[in-house]
Write a protein that binds this ligand. Sequence first.
Ligand SMILES: Cc1cc2nc3c(=O)[nH]c(=O)nc-3n(C[C@H](O)[C@H](O)[C@H](O)COP(=O)(O)OP(=O)(O)OC[C@H]3O[C@@H](n4cnc5c(N)ncnc54)[C@H](O)[C@@H]3O)c2cc1C
Length: 293
Amino acid sequence: MKASAFCYARATSVGNAIELLAAHGDRARVLSGGQSLMPAMNLRLLAPELIVDIGRLGELSGISVSGGCIRIGALTRHSELFRSSEIATHSPLVAEAIAHVAHPAIRNRGTIGGSLAHADPAAELPACMVALNATIIARGAAGERRIAAADFFRGICQTALSPHELLVAVEWPVAPKSSAHFFSELARRRGDYAIVGLAAQAVVENGRLIDFRPVFLSVGDRPRLADVADSLINTVVTPALMSQALQALDEELDPPADQEASGAMRRHLAKVLLARCLAKLLGRPDLCSGVSA
Ligand SMILES: Cc1cc2nc3c(=O)[nH]c(=O)nc-3n(C[C@H](O)[C@H](O)[C@H](O)COP(=O)(O)OP(=O)(O)OC[C@H]3O[C@@H](n4cnc5c(N)ncnc54)[C@H](O)[C@@H]3O)c2cc1C
């Protein structure tokens, strides 16, 4: 299928993009890398009257680290994140997760801003942003807003952005020395969207989790920070506590069924990932015994 007819404007600056969005509201759509927008238009799931192409706004691209904070411009492509030594050093969770985003050709065009604004509940970066306690920066005619990632994702392809706003950047804290991370997803083939995935950021001291943010993808309409994390903080994770936590996770999640997996299968796989995550973070392979995919 082909997209419906639309008008096209190449924004000449961030200010110009915001003016165009203010003038056209929800009849316009921002175009970044086009890796989600163009397929959606070609399938006629979306039919904007105007495309505002921000793809040449160099000011929206780049990775910087200062004052204990990583800032990524919205137009930074997945492949740049993948190759970045700053990301590998200061945010290894993202470095690991990005390898699971689609295929190299898509990673060469797709951007972090597009991925976050698209808000697919099966996408890797939204879950990482919640795990990292990131802040999403939106700009509109009234100025800039800072939105916690946990409040940004509102449902399937729904975010806190208004149609008049541009996502300009995302920031998160540099991983502290005692931090640890885990990323894994279960998909039928590498590069496919995950059936279930888990992105977790933690602080581990003396064999205990001092901070733990396990965020599941593909288990609901948005990234899900598991409540069960609270029961695992500041304590020795015994096999008994582990099995209570897995039971609590089973009760907490209510994932959807689709052609890929039933809800029960997704709940089971989520438990497998949580067990693997704890085993890795705490260096305790015993925590995985008896829990297999
Ligand atoms: C075959 C295939 C496989 C894929 N597999 C995966 C996968 O495994 N994991 C994954 O996460 N994604 C996957 N994707 C989706 C895609 O990689 C990401 O969603 C994509 O990178 C989005 O970035 P983009 O720059 O291409 O966004 P675009 O397609 O340009 O835009 C996506 C949406 O965000 C809006 N938008 C874009 N930028 C901004 C901005 N700065 N401010 C406000 N709104 C904005 C657009 O209007 C549009 O609604 C896949 C896509 C394809 C085609």
